[in-house]
Design a protein around this ligand. Sequence first.
Ligand code: PEP
Length: 252
Amino acid sequence: MRKKIVAGNWKMNTLPAEGVELAKGVVAGRGEVCSCVNFIVCPPFTHLSMVAEALKGSDIELGAQNCAAEAKGAYTGEVAASMIAALGCKYVILGHSERRQYYGETSATLNKKMEQAYANNLTPIYCVGENLEEREAGKHFDVVKAQIEEVVYNLTEEQFKNLVIAYEPVWAIGTGKTATADQAQEIHAYIRKVLAEKFGAAAAECPILYGGSCKPANAAEIFAKEDVDGGLIGGAALKAADFLAIGKGFQK
Ligand code: PEP
């Protein structure tokens, strides 16, 4: 039985007090959603300790949106995996398309970040996905395969057991355009096949989340697909009611 996960990527949104209110709203409504759904919230670094406090006593887990590629030292402005772990994070989003696109994150950097995450007992939520040009050229399978081979294939079997993948077509992020449920299933099944080529039967246990304009109105249809194990949610994670309603999309 794979984990069902709904993770909120708040990106660079909310001031700390607003983030605390948002987290409290999620905690308050959590009971309306099946306890089989694992909720994760990923606020900005600056909010982590306050949000950790707001989540206390609930089963909602905390994640960060990034971590440094190095363990510690003279890296001005960076935040180490050990630091976010010390604040209560269990997860870290790595390889988000915005990090790849705006901050030039390459597979080489991501390999180092993955190592830091595992060294600090964090579960990476590793993002893959093609841009519009690649999709239109029919290259989406090759793109996600390379993103997996260049990073995930370097993990040990033990590390792989603690990995979440998020498939996020770049053309669907924040655009209001969603992949159809069939498009999501097609590529999630393909991702699982690529994972199985390296990790065998363990691939059947790896949660693969869909991300890209996922909202209450489309979550149920997407989550109903065999190889979709939940969502990584951007915009709709900024309203507690919408985030929780997405969790209600699980009907299997
Ligand atoms: C994201 O960036 O992880 C994301 C899925 O964003 P949105 O839901 O806003 O498309």
